[in-house]
Design a binder for this molecule. Structure first.
Ligand code: GLY
Length: 337
């Protein structure tokens, strides 16, 4: 079995387990045409998150929203679940390290007032999403990076700890044998958890958190902490978030562009698809094309939502009152195999 197949199998089983646990209706991955035809979800709140690890994150966010916690705090609570899970190799504790064996984390959070906070190249703190929230709430800035972000986190009472698990260390040592940077699509660049929430008042907020591309250069920062690239929202219009190779998303201001297309009247599906097409056109002769995967999720104020990726294999978790917490396969431009 290829690594990718093993991965898909493991995460699919994980997803089914998670949705059973939640007590929600367990819904198998559905045909993505359902997304295209989605005419809006008038029941609020609505939560969508990237990848299978979106399911337990959605569950936690949902629970918090239902308990009357603020939307930003509920997003933070949801994203702390994959951040703390050592089995998730692309987020937080247990994430793949860079080529020097260091786990370095990126995250951002944004609310309906366009307030936002971010951390990049943060080491030794398990919950970058929580530090990003404190940057938003307790500093005059949007982003803190590296040693400065760590200093700030410590001053806010966060605890420094080793985030490199034995498993991740073994994988890194294996990678060192050849030391080739050529991410495995949907595995080593499948990465980020991004979450978008339309809350009960019809306001939109979102967050992203990731350990970034596996085996990246020390100091590399991806799209996830960059407002406009990994995440963007305008409460008048909608929100979008990205996953995949951050370099390609930064080059094209991906999430901001998806939101702008929705402002011009495109549906979330049309907007995500158009930006993926644009990324493809800009990269089809680029050195990154060989291992390029990018995917977007988006929602608008009417509760329409969609996911679309360049290559197959991208899915996202959707949670609402009517249909519970379930996975949906995103439509895609091309099969990766
Ligand atoms: N999309 C996450 C990264 O490239 O770091």
């Amino acid at each position: 079995m290829s690594n990718r197949r093993k991965f898909i199998k493991a995460t699919t089983l994980g997803a089914i387990g998670a949705s059973t646990l939640v007590g929600f209706k367990s819904v198998e991955k559905t045909d993505a045409s359902a997304t295209i035809l989605n005419k809006g979800n008038q029941t609020k709140p609505l939560i969508i998150s990237t990848w299978n690890h979106g399911l337990p994150a959605n569950e936690e966010t949902w629970k918090n929203l239902k308990n009357g916690i603020s939307t930003i705090d509920a997003i933070e609570a949801g994203m702390r679940i994959p951040e703390a899970d050592p089995k998730i190799r692309s987020v937080g504790y247990g994430g793949f390290p860079d080529r020097e064996g260091k786990v370095t984390l990126d995250a951002c959070i944004m609310d309906h007032n366009s307030d936002c906070g971010a951390v990049s190249f943060l080491q030794g703190i398990k919950h970058p999403i929580s530090v990003a929230k404190r940057v938003m709430q307790n500093t005059p800035h949007v982003m803190l990076s590296g040693q400065g972000a760590l200093q700030f986190a410590l001053s806010e009472g966060f605890k420094e700890e080793n985030l490199l698990t034995e498993e991740a260390k073994k994988d890194w040592e294996k990678w060192l044998e050849e030391s080739k940077y050529k991410p495995v699509i949907n595995m080593e660049n499948h990465d980020t958890i991004s979450m978008l929430v339309l809350d009960k008042d019809g306001n939109i907020s979102g967050g992203c958190t990731t350990s970034g591309a596996a085996w990246k250069m020390h100091g590399r920062v991806g799209d996830s902490p960059i407002i406009g690239a990994g995440l963007f929202l305008d409460n008048e219009v909608g929100a979008a978030a990205a996953t995949g190779l951050g370099e390609a998303v930064i080059r094209t201001a991906g999430s901001a562009m998806v939101v702008e297309l929705m402002r011009q009247g495109k549906s979330p599906y049309e907007a995500c698809k158009e930006i993926v097409e644009r990324i493809y056109n800009k990269h089809k002769n680029h050195k990154d094309m060989e291992y390029l995967q990018v995917g977007f999720i988006a929602i608008n104020k009417n509760g329409e939502h969609a996911g679309y990726s360049l290559r197959s294999g991208f899915n996202y978790a959707i949670c609402d009152e009517e249909n519970g917490n379930r996975m949906e396969d995103a439509k895609f431009k091309m099969s990766w195999e």
